[in-house]
Design a protein around this ligand. Structure first.
Ligand SMILES: [Zn+2]
Length: 387
């Protein structure tokens, strides 16, 4: 079985059952009283019970905080900080999907700061207001293959007072060690496998389309899209396929590594819809994907031709990529329109304004204004792919 170690962008261990060594990795990172941060469903699972038992057997004073919801909120982070300080913890184990890992990283950043969490929103050089020395070390164990939050230096947290998703950033939020253990994602149900896998695709696709100069990110995103093309349908149809689960975990970390280059309009709209409608982030990106590609078309024709050649698609142009995206979505039972997941166009103007102001919009190949974002959103509501 594949087992390898990488140190880019951080220490990553890949392999079936590698999380069985969690206690040792904690000690290596000088963590002796870890707080495990996860969600209420996982908290009750065998894999969390095993991880807790393993750590206690190794004399780690571990406790668990399981108050993280999907699209985690400032209140979730506050509650986690309370547990962290109360238990006098010295590090965090981020265990779960992107929501748990984002919340864990935000807790690690803010627990010992004198300023509140929102002061570290990713604007200007806000991050320099944080005392880097007191940021807690994090070991990240993703159980889904999508957000890639385990290799990210930011967390997306909803400010419930303003109904806004805010990006909290600090370079030291990067986990000290990432464990990619496919045996933890084999139980993921089909709809979540599909939605998270499409999120990983959207990260790689938006990073690749983003116009800034970053050949390393381009190369990483191209190969990750090839892996997703081959292995996402396999992981979806046969959840217990360890090879497919491994490849998807790696492609997901590659996506988040690549999107240091930039994201784009899929994420700008998905963040806005996530904050207003609390829908699954990956599912939103999956539905939005072809509409954003269509809107970006004049600026990405050449890149789509390159991508189609790399993927060896039947047609080597924009239409070839579009045909692949549409058929992949169908294979994964992703709805074609937002209306099918309960989102109508009543708030189009507001969504347009939020998307134009979202940090991800800066990476899009075309700089759309609020009205253009509202248009793309309306097309995704109704299923209009013609212009
Ligand atoms: Zn995403």
């Amino acid at each position: 079985m594949l087992k390898t170690h990488w140190h880019y962008p951080t220490a990553i261990t890949v392999g079936e059952h590698c999380s069985d060594q969690l206690a040792q990795y904690c000690k290596d990172a000088d963590i002796h009283k870890p707080l495990m941060v996860t969600d209420p469903v996982l908290a009750d699972s065998k894999m969390v019970r095993n991880a807790l038992a393993q750590c206690r057997l190794a004399d780690l004073e571990i406790q668990i905080f399981h108050g993280v919801q999907g699209n985690p909120t400032g209140q979730n982070v506050e509650a986690g900080i309370h547990h962290y300080l109360e238990g006098k913890h010295d590090g965090i184990i981020a265990f779960g999907g992107g929501s748990s890992i984002d919340a864990a990283k935000a807790i690690a950043l803010a627990a010992n700061q004198s300023l509140p969490l929102w002061e570290f929103e990713d604007k200007g050089d806000n991050w320099q207001k944080a005392d880097a020395k007191v940021i807690a070390p994090v070991i990240a164990i993703p159980t889904t293959a999508g957000t890639g939050s385990e290799v990210g230096r930011a967390a997306v947290i909803t400010d419930e007072n303003q109904q806004l998703k805010k990006i909290i950033f600090h370079p030291k939020m990067m986990p000290a060690h990432v464990l990619l253990d496919p045996s933890l994602s084999t139980a993921l149900p089909q709809p979540l496998t599909a939605a998270t896998g499409m999120d990983a695709l959207s990260h790689n696709l938006e990073a690749f389309c983003s116009p800034s100069y970053h050949p390393m990110a381009d190369a990483i995103s191209l190969e990750a899209m090839r892996m997703i093309m081959h292995y996402l349908p396999v992981a979806y149809l046969d959840g217990n396929n360890v090879q497919a689960r491994t490849q998807m975990l790696v492609a997901s970390t590659m996506g988040a590594t690549a999107f240091q280059k930039g994201l784009g309009a899929m994420h700008a709209i998905a963040h806005s819809l996530g904050a207003v409608y609390n829908q699954h982030h990956g599912l939103l990106n999956a539905v939005l994907m072809p509409y954003v590609l269509t809107a970006n078309r004049p600026r990405i024709n050449e890149k789509m031709a390159r991508l189609s050649r790399y993927l060896a698609l039947p047609k080597s142009d924009f239409d070839g990529v579009m045909a692949w995206v549409l058929s992949l979505r169908e294979e994964l039972a992703i709805p074609h329109t937002l209306v099918e997941i309960g989102i109508d166009n009543q708030q189009a103007q507001r969504i347009g304004e939020m998307a134009a102001a979202d940090a991800a919009a800066a990476g899009n190949p075309v700089s759309f204004d609020a009205a253009q974002y509202a248009d793309i959103f309306c097309h995704a509501v109704s299923g209009n792919l013609t212009d």
